[in-house]
Design a protein around this ligand. Structure first.
Ligand SMILES: [Zn+2]
Length: 81
């Protein structure tokens, strides 16, 4: 069995969160780039360290979504798939 590419685990998590609706299913949702300040990444559940590049989106009644840059990139990829 070949080893999975390193991003496979993240892809599976992102897909699951999209399926649950925890992550937006709409690729048109706008995210603002910024820097982390201890928020928890909505995709991988890991704290976004201060001064780390991140993206966030206020979804109103759906709450706020915070993503590490690699997690955001994966979400974008899944939205385009
Ligand atoms: Zn993350």
């Amino acid at each position: 069995m070949p080893l999975d590419p390193p991003d496979d685990e993240l892809r599976i998590m992102v897909r699951a969160k999209i399926a649950l609706g925890t992550l937006p299913r709409d690729g048109a949702i706008q995210f603002q780039p910024g820097f982390g300040d201890g928020q928890v990444c909505t995709a991988c559940g890991v704290i976004i360290a201060p001064r780390t590049a991140m993206y966030d989106s206020d979804r109103g009644s759906h709450g706020r979504v915070y993503l590490h840059r690699p997690c955001y990139d994966m979400w974008i990829e899944e939205m385009r798939a």
